[in-house]
Design a protein around this ligand. Structure first.
Ligand SMILES: Cc1cc2nc3c(=O)[nH]c(=O)nc-3n(C[C@H](O)[C@H](O)[C@H](O)COP(=O)(O)OP(=O)(O)OC[C@H]3O[C@@H](n4cnc5c(N)ncnc54)[C@H](O)[C@@H]3O)c2cc1C
Length: 533
């Protein structure tokens, strides 16, 4: 017998982007009891709240699971570090705060794959419901939702140069890219409220924690879902070394993220039968799609030196850093209140794509954010990512021990079309950076790739530098075919009382940084659950 066990209507595993939304929406009904289990600690830390401090939680062993991929065959066997939030708010507590809904055609494609009820018109009411956009309510934007969305100030000459160079190259200025046409350059919108990171913990969970029908438990590593036959009845977890359980009268909701959710399903006997047998795990349901269909936005960073005029990084050194800290602590303003990702672009690359397929994110200094080890330098950086990859990766068990991390393989560039699109993207990035808007600042390139480089040379460069944009999705995808794991409401095929709601259910990665689409999906399914009662 476990040392401790109690009962709730719903037990939610994982207090991340999706889990916090569900905890809030389900407990709006005072008659419903919910227990939210999270492996990590509270998110209450200055380093999480202050947008400019974003590298601290990424570097931390406390707030980041720090997954590492298997050697990637197309990247000379390099392994890729994959950050995932491990605290209340999950990855929304450690992310870059860039807010993008994605393209209406992304969602229409989900619907055309047989995932009923997920066309853009179906999703739009939830995008509106979730946000408080500083531009206010209009037919396409929300004005009173829990998640605060603000326009970046973009008050630095490098941001102007980025926007102008894009326009000189031929891109339009998209204005509000979350309303209407996304393509072109834009000033970024961010999940920041009054200078503070607006994670889903701040937006959804903290207000709900005042309700007596919500129990939140941190420091609880979920080990498996307990079944009676094919019905999920509860959750077994470990807290401070002790085995405990929480029983779910209505449903267990798995919101442990794109890596955590398939991992927990497999540990619980839900997955490909032969794979589970290899690890000695008794089978509950043979669902071969669990852990397959992993998609991510691959990113290549292109770095340019600047002459130091107006260098923002110099304001971030020495006394400048002290000033930044004080200004933020006292007024929640200044450079501490930005993630520095204040401008971006969506544009077209390669051939044969029916709408834009590439993204630029931008930093007005040189920094290596992917590794979390930040050394700032004079310059600027374009991050090029591919929006709708064809390659697919996987999450597989390495061991039946719940404390052991699973094997993560992205298989970037497994499909040749992805490389073709990225090569074209690198060419276009070099063209854009050579526009006269940059003339005053740019003094050369750091990377070994030029406008005169051959395709083979650009490909070699990409293989050397490609990394993750930290957007993995799709490993428990919704759908109706044999590899689908859940139905269109997140219910796991063939089982009762079990739903998956997080990034893992997205059938195809949207043309967006994925936090907003995941929160939308959680809002939408929370609505389905509430109506069924
Ligand atoms: C460094 C970084 C930068 C990013 N930047 C952006 C950005 O700028 N804009 C954007 O839109 N997106 C960004 N993303 C992506 C986005 O934030 C995530 O995709 C999204 O937050 C994932 O939501 P989720 O609910 O699927 O999972 P998560 O938010 O990761 O939540 C899963 C939760 O489950 C918990 N959990 C997992 N396993 C267990 C277990 N066994 N027991 C108990 N609890 C468990 C985890 O600790 C976590 O709290 C970024 C992500 C990262 C990591």
């Amino acid at each position: 017998m476990p040392a401790h066990s109690d009962s709730f209507d719903y037990v939610i595993i994982g207090a991340g982007s999706a889990g916090c939304v569900l905890a809030n929406r389900l407990t709006e009904d005072p008659a419903v009891t919910v227990c939210l289990l999270e492996a990590g600690p509270s998110e209450r830390s200055l380093f999480i709240s202050m947008p400019a401090a974003l590298t601290f939680p990424i570097e931390s062993d406390i707030y980041n699971w720090k997954f590492e991929s298997e050697p990637e065959p197309a990247l000379h066997g390099r392994t890729i570090g994959q950050a995932r939030g491990r605290c209340l708010g999950g990855s929304s507590s450690i992310n870059g705060m860039v807010y993008v809904r994605g393209n209406p055609r992304d969602y229409d494609q989900w619907a055309s794959l047989g995932v009923e009820g997920w066309s853009f018109q179906d999703c739009l009411p939830y995008f509106i419901k979730m946000e408080s956009f500083e531009g206010g309510r209009d037919p396409l934007r929300g004005g009173t939702g829990p998640l605060s969305v603000t326009r970046s100030a973009a008050r630095h000459p490098f941001y102007d140069a980025f926007l102008q160079a894009g326009e000189q190259f031929g891109l339009r200025n998209a204005g509000d890219y979350n309303s209407g046409d996304q393509e072109g350059v834009h000033v970024t919108q961010a999940t920041i409220r009054d200078g503070v990171r607006c994670s889903t913990a701040l937006a959804y969970l903290r207000p709900a924690m005042k309700r007596p029908n919500l129990t939140v438990r941190t420091g609880c590593l979920v080990e498996k879902i307990a079944f009676s036959g094919t019905r999920a009845e509860g959750v077994a977890y470990r807290r401070a070394g002790r085995a405990e359980t929480a029983r779910a009268g209505r449903e267990v909701i798995l919101s442990a993220g794109t890596i955590g959710s398939p991992h927990i399903l497999m540990l619980s006997g839900v997955g490909e039968a032969a794979h589970l047998k290899d690890h000695g795990i008794p089978l509950v349901a043979d669902l071969p799609g669990v852990g397959r269909n992993l998609q991510d936005h691959v990113v290549a960073s292109l770095r340019f030196r600047s002459n130091g005029a107006d260098a923002i990084n110099r304001k971030l050194a020495g006394l400048g850093r002290v000033r930044l800290g004080l200004e933020w602590l006292l007024f929640k303003k200044g450079l501490g209140a930005t993630s520095f990702f204040e401008v971006g672009a969506f544009f077209d690359g390669g051939s044969g794509t029916d709408y834009f397929n590439l993204q630029h994110e931008f930093l007005p200094f040189l920094a290596d954010f992917q590794s979390g080890k930040v050394a700032l330098g004079d310059g600027f950086q374009y991050f090029l990512s591919q929006m709708r990859p064809h390659s697919r990766g996987s999450i597989r068990l390495k061991s039946a021990n719940p404390a052991a991390k699973p094997a993560l393989s992205f298989n970037y560039f497994d499909d040749r079309r992805d490389m073709v699109e990225m090569i074209d993207g690198v060419r276009k990035t070099l063209e854009i950076a050579s526009q006269s808007a940059w003339g005053k600042y740019c003094t050369g390139q750091l990377d070994d790739v030029r406008r005169t480089s051959t395709d083979a040379e650009i490909e070699a460069f990409i293989r050397n530098v490609a990394n993750t944009e930290h957007h993995p999705v799709g490993t428990c995808r919704m759908g109706v075919d044999g590899d689908a794991v859940t139905d269109a409401a997140g219910r796991v095929h063939g089982l009762d009382g079990l739903r998956v709601v997080d990034g893992s259910i997205l059938p195809k990665i949207p043309s967006a940084n994925v936090n907003a689409p995941i929160i939308m999906a959680a809002e939408k399914i929370a609505g389905v659950i509430a109506r069924r009662k």
